[in-house]
Structure formats: C-alpha cells, structure tokens
Design a binder for this molecule. Structure first.
Ligand code: VG1
Ligand code: CO
Length: 543
C-alpha cells in the first residue's frame, strides 16, 4: 500500500494546554486538523521510525475514527508497532502502565478527560513519553513549533484495522497488536494492594458505589471491584463507556456526580462512594454523609499509605500542584519528608517521580497518583482508600475527623467562572498582576497579605523554568487565594479561584466550607475585581 505525502500547512491554535490539545470535536474533524497535529507530534518527538507506540482513548465520539487515522499515519511514518486497547479503549493510567511495561517509546491518548463528549462537545489528543508520563514542556514546545512550520503529513491508504479482534495484524509493514485494555492494569493493582484484605472487607458486608460516569473506568471497575474483589454486582454504576458519556460531564465532583452525592448523603448510603472521570485518571471520594476534598484525600493517603503493601516502607516525598491545599504539607512535615509544590498539570510530577524524590502526588482537581505509573490514577486512589479502610476498620468520616484533629483542617473550595470572554479574563489577570508588587502588608477584608506573587517553577531535576503558573496571595491568618486561567477549556476562558483557610481550633473543625471561606472569598472578589471586570457575581461550578 503506497504511502501518501499530503501537502499541508500550519493550522492556527494547535498549542497543547494543561494536558495535550483539547478542542471542540467539530474542530478536530476539520480537514487536515487531526492529521496535522499527529504529524507535528511525530516530528516533535524526533520521528517514529522503528518505534513502538501505545494508542487508546476514553471511548468518546470520534475515538475510533481518530485511532484509524493515527494507525495509518504511524505506518506511513515507519513506526514498528502500535499496541491498541480493544475497541480503542484504554484509560490514561492504563496507557501509562503499558508504555512502561512494554518499554514502548510513547503513547497517544485520545481524550478530553472530564470535558463532555459528542459531535457538539469536546475531543482531545495528548502524547505521553517513554517514561509513561505526559510530554514535558520541552517536548510540547517542540510539537507546537512543528505545527507552525509543517508542510506535509504522511498517511497510508490502508483499510481500517478491526479494533475488536484481539491479536496481532499487519498494516502496511507495521504491526498492530490489539490487547485487553484491563488485564495489565489489573495485574499491576494486585502488586500494590492487599487484595485479600479488601476481598474480606467486601465479604464482610462492606458496601460501595462506584460511579464510572459512562466513561472509561467502567470496564476496569467491573473487572477489579466486582470481579477480582468480589463486590456485589451493582456496586459499579454507569459502567459502560458511551460516546457522549450518557449526555453528562464525566467530571467526578459534587456538581457533576450529583446522583452519587445524593446517594451517599441519603437514607441507605453505602459505606464508601467513588467516581472517576472520562479518561480514568481522576477520583472523587465520598463517605457516608461526608465528601472528601481531593486535597484532604491526598493528605489522608500520605498519612496512611504505609498501610498498603506497596508503600509499607514509607514515602520518599510527596508533591502537590500549587493550587492544591496545603493540608498535605502539614502531614509531610510531621512525617519528616519533602513536599514539593509544582504547577498545575501532571507533566510536572514526572521528573520528581523518575528521580525518586516523591512517591505520592496529587492535585485539587481530583487527581492522585504514585510512582506506579506516571499519570494520575483514579481507580488506584480508590483501591488505596479501600486498602486503608480494610486495614483500619474505620469509616471515611472517622479517618477524616482524625486527620483534621491531628493536623488542622484546611477548608478549601474552587470556584470556576466558565466561558468568560477571553479578553475580559486576560484584562482581569493583567490588572491583578500589576497590583501584586504593592499588596504585601495591606489589608483585604480584614486579612493581612503576607505575600503576593505569580508562581514560577524551577524544576529541581532538569533545571527548566515554567513561568506564569498562577497568582497566589497568602494571608497571615492561614488563608490563601490562588487565581489562574484554565488550560483545558475549549470555550472562551475559565477563571479558577481557589480559596483556602486553615483552622486548627478543634472546636471549629466542622463548619461548612461556605462559612469558613466567606472572608477569604470576599477578599478574593475585592482583589480580583472580578465582577467589574467580567460581569460575573457567582461561579458556575463550585468544587
Ligand atoms: C485541569 C485541572 C488540572 C488537571 C488538568 C488535566 O486543568 O485543574 O489540575 O491536571 O485539568 O486533568 P486546568 O488547566 O483546566 O485547570 V484531566 O483529568 O485532563 O486529564
Ligand atoms: Co482526566
């Protein structure tokens, strides 16, 4: 089958964001759009000749068609082999694991993660490197540079590969191996956790609800929770991936996973609830009558990870993204381990994990992970929680109450203002930036500004510097406000305001976040001048 060199040219706006390139599906479907980006990716990583790539996605609309294009282009660019999840399905952490386990040269993940899917919703593509992690900024910069100078892309005219038939086939001189998407991942989980203990927990009547949100973790959760661990059928709900995620947002937070929240706060609530996102790298943890913020979850897992076999020797260190609450810092301090602060996005954890500087890491956006792969991992977090619950025999509420009374409680909430006109959002950020040098020492709604800056990160491993990573305003009274623009939205700008207030008075640990954060929220509204600058008064989503 002849390879075609198709003449093309730059397409504007193919700059990868927080995790790869994310756009409206209709944009990805425009002529040359996907092809250009795939070729720019191949070129940006130095070509794929003789290389082995893992390919899979979250099953959203256009997943299968895009995979066929990628296979034809990988073959035309002389790749040796592509390993593809059956039906085109692979979760993000499963891809990360496969790259590492098979010694592959990288992987292409088709997903817009927690963004909705469908012809009128979102699509995305990200490249992960040979360590299994998201491409570093150095690599994404190269990919972006190629999108601006591209002249040709290469593709074969081969017919579609049957993605449902397990086994190996050839297409234009390239091998395509279709594998079970779950098996290797399930094997890995069994090496990390005490599956016998968790099995005994379920056998003893422990109840759980896992909401796969019609997304990629369905098959993984069915197999691991209901299959291997023996949880009753029905433990997993919405467990069949659908191209438009059942019309919902596969975003595991109290707003989009409302049905799970209602059940966990209802009369016959199970002992434990969890949900995951579109591509399976996020997790939401809920106990009976208690929602666990991702920041608290990271702190709790840091405090208790030693109860699971993989972490019984303790943790080498931990890392959190800058906007994530400082709850984990307090645990790390008591454990006597280092706590790193990185910019938003999993790509910044990779070097720390590779260098053995950290064992666990996490983000406020419901991402938690460890050195077992180089991505955040939704089901992994759920299994670590289960291992801890099985070991301690405590409830989620008891574990969290103990966390707060030991380390203090970091009240925390993120307010998102979505689809704001980009120029207004940028003007607001510029206005704030201009104020930063004069803020220290001033009062904002009765809170004293201790420091105010725009976060820049110097990678302690490769020495690279990433600037403009969000504005942080720290107050003397244990409060903090972080303001940044999202890098994953596909419509206008999304302004994220992160509010935090530390409380160490044991009599004040059980207020609602709204009450505890009221003062710092007012301070944030004053300092950003958000209403005047954007016309918004209330956030679209609160997590
Ligand atoms: C968001 C989150 C960030 C996360 C990223 C990718 O980015 O805030 O913490 O790493 O999504 O998550 P942003 O730039 O929109 O704030 V996911 O589950 O895509 O893979
Ligand atoms: Co995700």
């Amino acid at each position: 089958m002849p390879t075609q060199m198709v003449r093309t040219g730059p397409i504007d706006g193919q700059k990868p964001g927080t995790s790869g390139l994310r756009k409206k599906t209709s944009v990805f479907k425009r002529p040359r759009y996907l092809e250009n980006y795939v070729q720019a990716t191949f070129d940006g990583i130095g070509g794929v000749q003789g290389k082995v790539l893992v390919v899979g996605g979250d099953g959203r609309y256009f997943n299968d068609q895009a995979i066929q294009v990628i296979l034809r282009m990988a073959a035309a660019n002389d790749a040796a082999k592509c390993i593809v999840g059956q039906g085109g399905i692979l979760s993000t952490p499963a891809v990360s694991n496969l790259i590492r386990k098979r010694g592959a040269d990288g992987g292409l993940i088709l997903s817009a993660s927690h963004n909705p899917g469908g012809p009128n919703a979102d699509f995305g593509l990200k490249f992960n490197g040979p360590n299994g992690g998201p491409a570093t900024e150095i690599v994404t910069d190269k990919i972006f540079a190629r999108t601006k100078e591209i002249e040709f892309y290469k593709i074969t005219a081969a017919p579609d590969v049957d993605l449902h038939q397990l086994g190996t086939v050839q297409t234009c001189g390239m091998e395509v191996e279709i594998i079970d998407p779950v098996a290797d991942y399930a094997d890995l989980m069994q090496t990390l956790f005490d599956f016998d203990k968790i099995r005994a927990l379920f056998a003893g009547g422990f109840t759980m609800r896992f909401d796969a949100m019609h997304a990629v973790t369905g098959p993984y959760a069915h197999s691991i929770l209901e299959g291997i661990l023996g949880a009753p059928k029905g433990t997993v709900v919405n467990g069949t991936p659908s191209p438009d995620f059942g019309g919902g947002h596969p975003d595991p937070n109290p707003t989009w996973a409302k049905a799970l929240m209602d059940e966990m706060f209802g009369a016959n609530a199970p002992d434990f609830g969890a949900a995951s996102d579109g591509d399976g790298d996020r997790n939401m943890i809920v106990g009976r009558n208690i929602y666990v913020t991702p920041s608290d979850s990271l702190a709790l897992l840091t405090a208790k990870a030693h109860l699971a076999p993989a972490y019984k020797e303790g943790l080498s260190g931990v890392a959190r993204s800058m906007p994530t609450s400082r709850a984990v810092d307090r645990v790390a301090e008591q454990l006597g381990i280092e706590c790193y602060e990185t910019p938003t996005g999993w790509k910044f954890f990779g070097n720390l994990l590779d260098a053995g500087k950290v064992t666990l890491c996490g983000e406020e956006s419901a991402g938690t992970g460890s050195d077992h792969v180089r991505e955040k991992d939704g089901l992994w977090a759920v299994l670590l929680w289960l291992n801890i619950l099985a070991e301690t025999k405590l409830s989620v509420a008891d574990l969290i109450a103990d966390l707060w009374s030991t380390y203090g409680r970091c009240y925390y909430s993120r307010h998102d203002y979505e689809a704001v006109e980009s120029d207004k959002a940028n003007a607001m950020m510029d206005g704030l930036r201009a104020k930063l040098p004069t803020l220290a020492g001033t009062q904002l709604n009765g809170l004293t500004v201790e420091s105010a800056d725009e976060f820049a990160y110097d990678d302690p491993v490769d020495g690279s510097r990433s600037e403009g990573q969000g504005i942080r305003i720290v107050f003397s009274q244990g409060a903090r406000v972080v303001i940044r623009l999202s890098g994953t939205g596909t419509e206008g700008a999304t302004i994220r305001i992160y509010l935090e207030q530390l409380e160490t008075d044991t009599d004040k640990l059980h207020a609602t976040p709204e009450t505890a954060l009221a003062d710092v929220r007012t301070a944030a509204m004053i300092v950003t001048d958000l209403t005047a600058k954007t016309g918004r008064t209330d956030p679209d989503v609160i997590t």
